[in-house]
Design a protein around this ligand. Structure first.
Ligand code: GDP
Length: 364
């Protein structure tokens, strides 16, 4: 599965947000009880209205959403890269994540202490980014030193790695995160394997006061501008509201959102933004027993998409019977789609599209 690390300075609302994410009725939906792997790791259902529509059409007994993992990474303070706070342990936690949700305090509240004694999300963002950059610089130096002998021996793999590390290092020395380095498509795989902290895509989460959850405020506007400049994503939420919503039943939650003039819960937007940031897509398997959503990277071909369900599906892949979501709905289900000529047989080279309803045929 895909993992999103929640980072931020102390007292910006990380735990509040994490609790809201993992305690909602939606998060615990379907037949997957909310599973606590560790106290700070939560598996969250990805909200998708299309799945409910499909289940309704097919009369599916169960609805099983796809899931995304969130990790509450506490303990980041100024000096973390030098071992302050939880220091290195915290940094190791980030290394394992696919992306970073960086919570920024955009709310004023005299009762909640700010570690730096002022509310300034841009400065906070820079503080954390600096720690991540320091940590990357240190690990690059160590790794390049370790590669010297192999390089002398003419090791090609080592040469490629060292070359990528050198490019990351050059960017960092200019004060830029590794994610700003231009990488050729054929270098992507090696590049990812470097696992640098500042390579990870960032989603800024502007935590605003309850009454500003809809429109944001001057501070969240600044963050949005910064995000746009960096090619990062940003969402505005109020962790406090999300926490309240997470205590409610779905119908109550909807009414509460309506009263606040909000169309959907901030958490739904957050999860969707995470999806977009990681270039993730969803396909569905639908039948009378269950309607289920599955997560793939955009651009995944049919056999690998099948492999998300089970390795055997990928190994023995024959073909995928495919109906686009809109066709499935318009034809009122599989047999209608078949009659209308909207059910296609797709082979190994087929690139699965977001919303595809798939049925895999495979050899065992
Ligand atoms: P963490 O240290 O980043 O995990 O922060 P917490 O989630 O523990 O929040 C720190 C404090 O800020 C708690 O007292 C929260 O109730 C409060 N807080 C979190 N979000 C908001 C918000 O949107 N508005 C206000 N006024 N307080 C908030």
């Amino acid at each position: 599965g895909f993992k999103m690390g929640i980072v931020g300075l102390p007292n910006v609302g990380k735990s509040t947000l994490f609790n809201a994410l993992t305690k909602t009725a939606a998060a615990q939906a379907a037949n997957f009880p909310f599973c606590t792997i560790e106290p700070n790791v939560g598996d969250v259902a990805v909200p998708d209205a299309r799945l409910d529509t499909l289940a309704q059409i097919a009369g599916s007994k169960q609805i099983i959403p796809t899931r995304m993992t969130f990790v509450d990474i506490a303990g980041l303070v100024k000096g973390a890269s030098k071992g302050e706070g939880l220091g290195n342990q915290f940094l190791a936690n980030i290394r394992e994540c696919d992306a970073i949700a960086h919570v920024l305090r955009c709310f004023e509240d005299k009762d909640v202490t700010h570690v730096e004694g002022r509310v300034d999300p841009i400065e906070d963002a820079i503080t954390i980014e600096m720690e991540l950059m320091f940590s990357d610089m240190e690990s690059i130096e160590k790794r390049r030193a370790n590669l010297v002998r192999k390089l002398k021996g003419g090791d090609k793999e080592a040469k490629l790695q060292d070359d990528l590390l050198a490019r990351a290092q050059a960017a960092l020395e200019e004060g830029k995160p590794a994610r700003t380095v231009d990488i050729a498509p054929d270098e992507e795989k090696q590049w990812k394997m470097l696992q640098l902290l500042t390579q990870k895509p960032i989603l800024y989460v502007c935590n605003v006061d309850e009454d500003q959850a809809g429109s944001g405020n001057a501070l969240s506007d600044k963050v949005a501008a910064m995000a746009a400049e960096q090619g990062a994503a940003a969402v505005v939420i109020s962790a406090k509201i999300e926490e309240e919503i997470s205590q409610l039943e779905p119908e109550e939650a909807e009414m509460f959102l309506g009263e606040l003039g909000l169309e959907e819960a901030g958490l739904d937007r957050l999860i969707r933004a995470g999806y977009a940031l990681l270039k993730l897509e969803t396909y569905f398997t639908v039948g009378p027993k269950e309607a289920r959503a599955w997560t793939i990277k955009a651009g995944t071909q049919a056999p690998q998409a099948a492999g998300v369900i089970h390795g055997d599906f990928e190994r023995g892949f024959i073909r995928a019977e495919t109906i686009a979501y809109d066709d499935y709905v318009a034809s009122k289900g599989e047999s209608g789609a078949r009659d209308a000529g909207k059910l296609r047989a797709e082979g190994k080279a087929y690139t699965v599209k977001d919303g595809d309803v798939l049925h895999f045929l495979f050899n065992t």
